[in-house]
Design a protein around this ligand. Structure first.
Ligand code: M6P
Ligand code: ZN
Length: 185
């Protein structure tokens, strides 16, 4: 018998991983809408924003999967999020939310935006042509499993350059508003 990978539903931990990535505020300075606020925080500390536990497979037709854990928190009034990326080739992705609350922000290259609520048990389909960012709007960690084509590729540059058109801020609760840093009209 081969060893089976096990997901702990309570902690979101995977027993077997091929990589674990940690993203700190300093890694995301070009992504948050309120850069001055981010720089102010960075003068005192460099908080962990999210962690990705990946199990990657390679070869023709391979799929990979990852658990992402986004910490609760804000920069200014913008909630913590993942960088967000387009896939380098047309490839869809499926998310299953294990715990927490958030919003999945998706935007295609023409600027069409779609949003989906993230909550325990939500099963979400990410369209191939849409950049996707997960945003933790709750007080707990937002934890989800993602399954994607191994050769999908992560294009972060477009997001870094122009930003998503919309961001999610805390205005007595989560609110989707225009991104003041978006370079798109
Ligand atoms: C999900 C998947 C991964 C991705 C991770 C973090 O687990 O979409 O491919 O790496 O979220 O998102 P990002 O790469 O945008 O930081
Ligand atoms: Zn992806």
């Amino acid at each position: 018998m081969e060893r089976v990978n096990v997901l702990d539903f309570t902690t979101g931990k995977l027993e077997l991983t091929t990589s674990v990535q940690e993203r700190y505020l300093s890694d995301l300075i070009d992504y948050f809408a309120f850069k001055n606020e981010a720089e102010m925080i960075l003068r005192e500390k460099n908080p962990l924003i999210y962690k990705v536990y990946e199990m990657a497979y390679s070869g023709p037709g391979a799929l990979s999967y990852a658990i992402t854990e986004i910490e609760p928190g804000k920069v200014g009034n913008e909630y913590y999020f993942t960088k967000g990326h387009f896939h380098s080739k047309a490839a869809a992705e499926v998310y299953i939310v294990l715990s927490g609350e958030g919003i999945l922000m998706m935007e295609n290259r023409s600027g069409n935006t779609r949003t989906l609520n993230m909550f325990k048990g939500a099963v979400l389909y990410v369209d191939p042509e849409y950049a996707h960012r997960s945003i933790n709007t709750g007080n707990e960690k937002l934890v989800f499993l993602a399954v994607y084509q191994s050769d999908a590729g992560h294009d972060y540059e477009s997001i870094k350059e122009r930003g998503f058109s919309y961001i999610v801020v805390d205005e007595e609760g989560p609110k989707i508003v225009k991104n003041p840093r978006s370079t798109k009209k």
